[in-house]
Design a protein around this ligand. Structure first.
Ligand code: GLY
Ligand code: MN
Length: 490
């Protein structure tokens, strides 16, 4: 990405032409009104991002840190997937859905810490042919880019043109670290430079891995801005669930009703936020037993439970991750209610223990004690609940093979590279945000369960904030008890 200022567009000359005469080039470069040049004052997010940069700076004295946003990923030929910057880049810059593809944040070591510089492809002049002739980056094609001064003002970070990144690459030495997975091409260039600098044959990536880990752990405790974004993401997500409920008649009438569920939710996600935080799971009937059912091409039938696992990602990239399991015709059957209430009891028991000082893994253990007790009561286990929860038994996990909780933030599975000591075995602190999402899934062909249980899948997922003395369920406003769900559907 950093190799040239205006890369050639991907070839389309077999299907269209761009006028190349000097007359045309001169004509299209003239007679445009002046551009909007005002420099904004820093966005609210800027101060928080600066504090995050200061924390990572303290951990890496003397090291040059390169945090790329990454380029758009090719979907096919000259068509890309929707662009999304790497979360570490967005976290440290405050630049989310309005960020420029290919941008790079560099933290350059100084005597007292680091100086941050943001390199990005700034606005091109109307005298460039990129302006009208480059479908990848041209203003006529994808819209105007901001100026260096505008971004510097908006994010409160010194900004330079992407061409200037060359001099950073030229000065790369063994004391340079990069977030490897964000931009493969740039990582290859940096690796090449580091090999030269170290006169080595292979790059030692341990430092890069440690940087990725520290950037992940930096996100375990959310700041005030992040907590507010999580609240807003949950509120937007609730509207998406409301929309789905309102569209039930059409959804039931359509042979691919699950797709309508997905479409309705995703419409809200685009309207209120950036997009969905992950592919929506719209799983009706026995599809609910497929944990990550995202094909969503089945019908939604009267009498089914539909499991909707969906979250809206805001423009800041913070996302909710909510699951509700709804009786599509408005009323749980007796057996559906029995399963639902067991899952709810597991969720409530897990929530009840959340407070600073407990270990993350205790949440799962608490939920699983309920799941073991319930499945034992129903006669599903070959042993007692007490025997089943022994580490070398775990019969009850046949009906819930996934974990109960994961951290949540800019990524649905946030902080994924944090050490186990900080995550599963970590101790809760105020400001942590994670899911509690127990479930029970009785596969349609599971001979260990009575026939009336088969094909029922229930998950209830809430987004939890650890507070100074306990916890807050951020998604408590989205109905979750049997009575509240039935009233919601009415
Ligand atoms: N909501 C999907 C997941 O947590 O894996
Ligand atoms: Mn989840």
């Amino acid at each position: 990405m950093a190799e040239s200022k205006n890369p050639a567009p991907r070839a389309t000359s077999n299907r269209s032409t761009t006028p190349g005469s000097d007359v045309f080039k001169s004509y299209i470069s003239q007679h445009w009104a002046d551009r909007e040049d005002s420099v904004p004052s820093p966005r609210e997010h800027a101060l928080f991002a600066a504090k995050r940069r200061a924390r990572i700076s303290e951990l890496y004295p003397g090291k040059r840190l390169i945090i790329p946003a990454g380029a758009a990923k090719v979907r096919s030929n000259d068509t890309d997937y929707a662009y999304r910057a790497h979360s570490a880049f967005a976290h440290l810059t405050g630049w989310g859905s309005d960020s420029e593809p290919g941008s790079v944040l560099v933290l350059e070591p100084t005597g007292y810490g680091h100086e941050a510089t943001l390199y990005f492809r700034e606005r091109a002049g109307r005298d460039s042919d990129e302006f009208y002739a480059n479908p990848d980056i041209g203003e006529f094609w994808i819209g105007a880019r901001p100026s260096l001064a505008q971004v510097a003002g908006d994010l409160g970070i010194e900004s330079r043109g992407i061409a200037d990144l060359e001099s950073v690459i030229d000065s790369v030495d063994a004391d340079t670290l990069i977030v490897r997975e964000a931009d493969r091409d740039l990582t290859d260039q940096i690796d090449g430079r580091r090999l030269l600098a170290a006169d080595a044959e292979s790059v030692d990536n341990d430092g890069d891995a440690q940087l990725a880990r520290d950037l992940s752990e930096l996100r375990l405790v959310k700041d005030e801005f992040e907590v507010e974004q999580m609240r807003l993401a949950v509120a937007a997500t609730k509207k998406g669930f409301d929309d789905v409920i309102a569209d039930r008649p059409e959804i039931i009438a359509h042979p691919r009703g699950e797709r309508l569920v997905e479409g309705t939710f995703n419409r809200r996600a685009r309207a209120e936020g950036n997009t969905v935080g992950y592919d929506t799971i719209a799983a009706s009937g026995a599809h609910a037993c497929i944990l990550h059912w995202t094909r969503n091409d089945g019908p939604v039938r009267e009498g089914d439970l539909i499991l909707l696992d969906a979250g809206i990602e805001l423009d800041s990239y913070y996302t909710a991750d909510i699951t509700r399991t709804l009786p599509i015709n408005g009323t749980f059957t007796d057996v559906q209610r029995t399963v639902y209430e067991a899952v709810l009891e597991a969720a409530d028991a897990a929530f009840a223990i959340v407070r600073p000082g407990i270990r993350f893994r205790e949440i799962h253990q608490t939920a699983m004690a309920v799941i073991a007790r319930k499945t034992a009561e129903w006669g599903l286990l070959p042993v007692s609940a007490e025997e089943s929860i022994e580490p070398d038994a775990q019969y009850h996990r046949r009906y819930m093979v996934h974990g109960t909780s994961h951290h949540l933030g800019m990524d649905v599975h946030d902080c994924a590279q944090a050490r186990r000591d900080m995550y599963l075995d970590g101790v809760l602190e105020p400001g942590m945000v994670f899911t509690i999402e127990p479930g029970l899934y009785f596969q349609p062909d599971d001979l260990t369960v009575p026939e009336e249980f088969r094909g029922i899948g229930v998950r209830i997922e809430d987004n939890i904030l650890v507070t100074a003395d306990g916890a807050e369920n951020l998604s408590i406003g989205i109905p979750r008890t049997v009575d509240d769900v039935e009233a919601w559907l009415r």
